[in-house]
Design a protein around this ligand. Structure first.
Ligand SMILES: [Fe+2]
Length: 230
């Protein structure tokens, strides 16, 4: 499995190209913004981009979809149905961050309407990319329609903004729910097992074992429903 990371947007978002080494078939998980480097990588490695695979609909994960789609129009664009409102509302999303509409352009948040989705993720489906087989797990909490992609043979899980090294995703934006997020992390992500490498939407890679042992949201040090440290 080829994993190439591009750190994009002012939010330092991890855009990744994942490819099957044998067939050169590839997906891009969460193109954060237009990137010449990203397009050049796909072309120079002779990859066949099969999909723009979106974990969720936040602007820093979908902002590059339009540009990537224009270069690779045969790649399908896939997102869970429950994040469609975020996706098609991309031009208005900066309002969530307290940015007023008359400032969108000057701050670099003037998004066009994104291209039409090809289809929606289905919880539990297996998405094949050459010999890679990604299991799609619906993990609501950070957003209503967040999914993670787990590759069992490679022991790799692409978790978007559910789980980070030492932290978890924010739940204060529209559709966020901290208790649902904790359930998703525990029941879907941690349940994959200690051997999995965790590829987060921001920050460095980690492992399930490391997070289970040291992430304060998972060790019980911080109990989110109580709202304080013990
Ligand atoms: Fe997010």
């Amino acid at each position: 499995m080829i994993v190439q990371k591009f750190v994009l947007t002012p939010f330092q978002q991890n855009t990744r190209v994942i490819a099957c080494e044998e067939t050169r078939k590839a997906i891009c998980i969460d193109p954060g913004e237009e990137s010449r480097e990203l397009i050049d990588f796909i072309n120079s490695e002779s990859l066949e981009l099969r999909a723009i695979a979106l974990t969720h609909g936040h602007l820093d994960h979908i902002g590059g979809t339009d540009a990537l789609n224009k270069h690779f129009p045969n790649a399908e664009i896939i997102l869970h149905k429950e994040d469609e409102d975020l996706y098609y509302g991309l031009p208005q999303q900066p309002l969530f961050l307290g940015i007023q509409s008359d400032q969108f352009a000057s701050l670099g948040f003037d998004y066009e309407d994104p291209p039409q989705l090809t289809r929606n993720w289905i919880d539990g489906e297996i998405y094949e990319v050459g010999t890679l087989r990604f299991k799609v797990l619906h993990c609501p909490g950070h957003t209503r329609g967040h999914v993670v992609l787990a590759e069992e043979t490679e022991k790799a899980v692409f978790v978007g903004d559910c789980l980070f090294l030492g932290s978890i995703g924010r739940t204060d934006l529209p559709g966020g729910d901290s208790e649902r997020l904790m359930d998703s992390i525990n029941d879907k992500i941690i349940a994959l097992g200690d051997a999995f490498t965790v590829y987060s939407g921001h920050g460095p890679e980690t492992t399930i074992a490391n997070e289970r042992k040291s992430n304060p949201f998972l060790t019980g040090l911080y109990q989110i429903s109580k709202g304080k440290y013990f």
